[in-house]
Design a protein. Structure first.
Length: 554
């Protein structure tokens, strides 16, 4: 890589504005060029470098300011003075064993052996720096020597020379039985140093590392040992002179919050954008938001979902107490009237009022009040079936009785007015049959509705409140209103006949009360439909609109 290439690397690192620490796993040459590029561009980072940089002065020479604050690691080693004495005595005129030594000498001193300009130079001039890994080379040679010695003693015990068992072809045995089992104290170590050379089961030596911090101390840049690694990390941060007195923070992107996932950018494996999950989603992993199943909601820690409690009107709710109280009072009043009628069952007043139709009407009123309890009960298949049957039937019983009664009055006075004979089908038995036929039509509609839409329960979640599950019957609102169409026809006919009989004689002024009732009923039913659709979003209010339709209509 040329000079421009190293500068491009520094520019790409600079684009991560929140990243302050750069980890280098490079050769010493690359580390030196990166430091030089950073120094030229006047850009500083906290460097964390591998043993390719180590504690070498040659890496930071000329770029000390750019390297200030760097952490480096180096294999724990010690210089071998015997090797330094040997190596510094060498020169290209006496060292004929190494074919590359002449090239090294010319490069080291920038001279030419052919021009005889290299003879005055020597490796003892103070510029020689022993490579830190020399110790490991020496130990490797000794390990091979110890392994060969042990193998010769084991397989060539009868001779002092190399026997056939040590010839090429037995390398696998040599490696497994002798190299891996070699163990000795390292030679040339300082007197106060313990350094055992041995290998693990896969052939790696037991490594130890020194950790250095590069900084300026007493006007001079130095590598100061601040830690050590030997299977465990020992780091003394108290001796590190942090800039700003606190350790620096470095992150390409801020950690995402618990309800956010990482969106990785193309071509970037370290930086991300945090994207929030929807309220109804949980974290499938750190990169994916997943929807909870229908009727579920994310846990507080977003690791999964739980089943939402089902909401419906309960008996102890304030929404239930009012309608139930009114219905109970209505039932008591109705039963009282039934008792009075039954007590005076054979009196002319009761008979003249249409005793049989009155009982049917009172039964319809009881059904309307009783239907409140069915609508308060927790939805189930049985409850939903009763709701459908009772919805229109209870009204049909009331309005069929009223229609039969007003029709009878209208036909009687119409016949008297025209001087005609007594109208047909005005006897109590006939009236009951006619009323029963009218009620049967509504029952037929309810049965057809049950067959077309099989009753059952559904769970519903509104768009505004995704964390609320409402338990409802699975009938459509439109189907319910269609099932009430027949009752609307009955109400209209009752109103027409009540209007026609409004001028009946005083003794028959019951028709006037029926007329007033039907007028108010028409107003209530006209107001019910828009109210029912407006309150559809709140099941409590929607349910109350149905319940009060029953209460107010009777």
């Amino acid at each position: 890589m040329n000079r421009q290439g190293y500068e491009n690397v520094i520019r790409s690192l600079q684009q991560k504005s929140s990243a302050k620490v750069v980890i280098l796993f490079t050769r010493s040459e690359d580390a030196r060029e990166l430091l030089s590029a950073a120094a030229r561009m006047n850009i500083s980072f906290i460097w964390v470098a591998s043993d390719g940089w180590g504690a070498q002065e040659s890496v930071v020479r000329g770029s000390e300011t750019a390297a200030d604050g760097a952490f480096t690691i180096e294999l724990a080693s010690y210089p071998i003075r015997e090797f330094e004495d040997y190596f510094t005595k060498l020169n290209p005129y006496t060292n004929t064993r190494n074919p590359w030594f002449k090239e090294f000498w010319e490069h080291r001193f920038a001279c030419s052996l052919q021009a005889h300009s290299c003879s005055e130079h020597s490796l003892r001039d103070g510029t020689f720096e022993q490579e830190s890994k020399i110790m490991f080379v020496v130990n490797a040679v000794y390990a091979m020597a110890f392994a060969l010695h042990n193998m010769r003693q084991a397989v060539c015990s009868n001779t002092s020379k190399v026997c056939d068992a040590m010839k090429p072809g037995n390398g696998k045995r040599f490696y497994k039985e002798f190299i891996l089992k070699t163990k000795f104290e390292a030679p040339f170590r300082p007197v106060d140093t313990e350094s055992m050379v041995r290998f693990d089961s896969v052939g790696d030596s037991i490594s130890r590392y020194n950790i250095f911090h590069y900084h300026k101390e007493e006007g001079k840049f130095v590598y100061k040992k601040v830690g050590y690694w030997d299977h465990i990390l020992t780091l003394n941060t108290s001796v590190v002179p942090w800039h700003g007195l606190i350790p620096p923070t470095s992150q390409c992107s801020d950690p995402c919050r618990k309800n956010e996932v990482k969106s990785m950018q193309p071509g970037d494996v370290c930086c991300w954008i945090c994207i929030p999950c929807q309220p109804y989603q949980y974290l499938q992993d750190e990169f994916t938001c997943a929807d909870c199943s229908f009727g579920q909601w994310p846990l507080a820690n977003l690791t999964g979902c739980y089943d939402l409690p089902e909401e419906y009107i309960r008996w102890e709710d304030a929404w239930a107490i009012g309608p139930v109280t009114i219905s109970c009072l209505g039932i008591l009043c109705t039963l009282t009237v039934v008792g009075i009628f039954f007590k005076h069952n054979e009196t002319p007043v009761v008979k003249a009022s249409g005793r049989e139709l009155s009982y049917i009407l009172l039964m319809g009123v009881l059904m309307c009040y009783s239907i409140t309890f069915i609508y308060i009960t927790k939805p189930s298949t049985a409850v939903c079936t009763l709701r459908r049957l009772g919805l229109g039937t209870s009204f049909a019983v009331c309005y069929s009785a009223l229609l039969t009664k007003t029709n009878r009055i209208a036909r009687i006075f119409s016949g008297v007015k025209d001087g005609a004979q007594r109208p047909r089908f005005i006897s109590p038995a006939s009236q009951v049959v006619i009323c029963g036929a009218l009620i049967s039509c509504q029952l037929l509609v309810a049965i057809i509705w049950l067959l077309v839409e099989v009753p059952g329960v559904r769970k519903e979640i509104s768009a505004e409140r995704r964390n609320v599950v409402t338990l409802k019957c699975n009938s459509k609102d439109s189907s319910m209103l269609v099932s009430l169409t027949y009752n609307c026809i009955l109400i209209i006919l009752c109103t027409v006949y009540a209007f026609k009989t409004r001028k009946c004689p005083e003794n028959f002024n019951e028709a006037k009360f029926i007329g007033f009732t039907m007028y108010t009923t028409c107003i209530i039913w006209l107001a019910f439909q828009p109210l029912f659709y407006v309150t559809a979003s709140d099941y409590r209010v929607n349910m109350h609109s149905i319940i009060f339709l029953y209460v107010l209509s009777i």
